[in-house]
Design a protein around this ligand. Structure first.
Ligand code: NI
Length: 186
């Protein structure tokens, strides 16, 4: 596996619309492995292929899974630890969304260190191809619903800051450009 550089806004590549995948091949599985490694190293909980410059409709997510027995006592640190739970979504489509909306604070590896609340449907049903190219459906709520909708936006060239007011978005982009300049100076 290989760790790849993550594009940061306002990189124009992030505005591209990603293309559907024709078939889940070994090459594509390698790409998904690399995406997962890149996401873990960042660290992040979700990554779309376009964030590493590949305009394909692929997402990886890992929200972690509670360790068995984590709830029956033990020290607090142990409770926080989670087992890895990688999820792969190829050509994901929202086939149903709840009328109920929720506000959730979001961040993005392509908008580093900035967080804002975004309103989205509380629950969605998503159809996709899994790591092995098999068609699946999943009901998402809570963090997974927010995360998968955020990542699916990336496939349309949309960032979470595009859901905010123009003023707020421009302020955040300015901060990113400034941080980038500071980095390049030293
Ligand atoms: Ni993102």
């Amino acid at each position: 596996m290989a760790k790849l550089p993550i594009l940061v806004a306002p990189d124009p590549v992030l505005k591209q619309v990603s293309q559907p995948v024709a078939e889940v091949t070994d090459e594509l599985r390698r790409l998904m492995d690399d995406m997962l490694e890149t996401m873990y190293a960042a660290p992040g909980i979700g990554l779309a292929a376009i964030q590493i410059g590949v305009a394909k409709r692929i997402i990886v997510i890992d929200l972690g899974k509670d360790k068995p027995g984590a709830d029956d006592g033990g020290d607090a640190e142990k409770k926080k630890e989670k087992d890895p739970d990688p999820m792969y979504f190829v050509n994901p489509e929202i086939v149903w969304a709840s009328d109920e909306l929720v506000m959730c604070e979001e961040g993005c590896l392509s908008v580093p260190d900035l967080y804002e609340e975004v309103e989205r449907p509380a629950r969605v049903k998503v159809r996709y191809l899994d790591y092995h190219g098999k068609s699946q459906e999943i009901d998402c709520e809570g963090m997974l619903a927010t995360c998968i909708q955020h990542e699916m936006d990336h496939l349309e060239g949309v960032l979470f800051i595009d859901h905010l007011s123009r003023l707020k978005r421009e302020m955040m982009l300015k901060k990113l450009v400034k941080a980038r300049k500071r980095e390049s100076v030293g």
